[in-house]
Design a protein around this ligand. Structure first.
Ligand SMILES: *Cc1c(COP(=O)(O)O)cnc(C)c1O
Length: 376
């Protein structure tokens, strides 16, 4: 028999722990909605299921915001920027975000302008953006703050920023399904399979201004607004009745799914609590939940921990790579600040395994591998 090194033997007995294992609604939950499509023979173009899905999404907003669904959050952000800032210019955004934020600005005909984030919160705040406008002498056509991995942000403060500087704001709340309950500024949520509530591919736009939501909706359907006439340059970015069927089933199951996410987060919190060098997002698994578990590690430790965990059969993910400025696609994007904090966060942030059915044993396995990797 072959003699193998111990580490391989260990990996053999405990299979690789995936960083994510999405869990959508089951067939039995979706089937009744699919049956309605059979009956109505209405497959797309704002059919009854999309209407019901949008009404139920809008009901989640306590402030009466209206909702329009969209094919995905990237196109949602692009079209939201297009209906809010339809002239070339700079679109201010944090360099510490997912690539989609910058792709959306480019698709909207804007130029991503990259700024840094606050050291403790890891986000672009209205105060920081305000300082750039006031003292940096910069002109921005739009600003896109990001709800980092679903973490709640002060959207009222962004509404105040918009009023003070008269610069349109569109919040990238792609991972914020659980956290956004009001839309003081227009925002876009993703319904991708890897987000808290997934339909495969999908998303929605939410805003107070009903005329703006109607214009956004038109932007997702060839610029048609009522009549079959293209009023302005637009896209086709609708979701089908099939996606809405999955979405309605996912909403039916959301209270249970959320409870499972919270239970799994409690396992992670408990397992990681004794490791002082590992900090999770504020309130994560306590007051809000997302589909990812983000760990802030000691300065520069992400590479070492990533390697150590992988050797122990534990997958991790750089969900935001190393910052927008390091992506070849955005190399030409102007930087309005030195990106010191972004660089530091990129070198110290790691996505750990997280899923609705993560058990206490798996959380303990992550914690012990993490402890070993940190002391290596
Ligand atoms: C997931 C995500 C997106 C993109 O959402 P899609 O629906 O996949 O297009 C954009 N921005 C952020 C911050 C995200 O996390």
């Amino acid at each position: 028999m072959n003699r193998r090194p111990l580490i391989a033997k260990e990996a053999e007995t405990s299979p690789r722990l995936a960083v994510m294992r999405p869990l959508g609604p089951r067939l039995e939950a979706i089937a009744p909605y699919l049956a309605r499509i059979d009956a109505s023979r209405w497959y797309s173009n704002f059919g009854p299921l999309v209407g019901e899905f949008e009404a139920r999404l809008a009901a989640r907003f306590a402030d009466g915001a209206a909702v329009s669904t969209v094919a995905n959050a990237t196109l949602g952000l692009a079209l939201a920027l297009k209906v809010r800032a339809d002239a070339p210019g700079l679109c201010l955004m944090p360099a510490w975000t997912f690539a989609a934020t910058a792709h959306a600005a480019l698709l909207a005909g804007l130029t991503p302008a990259l700024c840094d984030v606050e050291p403790d919160q890891g986000i672009l705040t209205p105060a920081r953006a305000g300082a750039l406008v006031r003292h940096g002498g910069m002109k921005f056509a739009a600003v896109v703050p990001v709800l980092a991995h679903g973490q709640p942000a002060d959207l009222d403060a962004w509404a105040a920023f918009e009023r003070e500087f008269e610069i349109p704001v569109v919040a990238d709340a792609a991972a914020g399904f659980d956290t956004v309950g009001a839309a003081p500024v227009p925002l876009v949520v993703s319904l991708h399979a890897t987000k808290a509530l997934g339909v495969g591919e999908g998303g929605f736009f939410a805003a107070h201004d009903a005329a703006l939501v109607a214009r956004f909706r038109a932007a997702t359907t060839f610029g048609f607004q009522g009549a079959r006439e293209s009023k302005f340059a637009a896209a086709n970015a609708k979701i089908s009745e099939y996606a809405a069927a999955v979405g309605l089933a996912a909403l039916d199951g959301w209270p249970a799914a959320r409870a499972r996410f919270m239970g799994a987060a409690a396992h992670m919190r408990a397992a990681l609590a004794p490791i002082p060098d590992v900090v999770l997002q504020a309130g994560w698994g306590e007051t809000w939940i997302g589909a990812t578990c983000l760990a802030r590690l000691p300065r520069g430790a992400a590479d070492r921990v990533e390697r150590g965990l992988l050797a122990a059969g534990v997958e991790t993910r750089r969900w935001w790579s190393r910052g927008l400025h390091r992506e070849p696609a955005f190399r030409g994007a102007p930087r309005v600040e030195t990106l010191t904090i972004t660089q530091r966060l990129a070198a110290s942030t790691l996505g750990l395994p997280f899923m609705q059915d993560l058990g206490a044993g798996e959380a303990a396995r992550v914690a012990s591998a993490l402890r070993a990797a940190l002391s290596a």
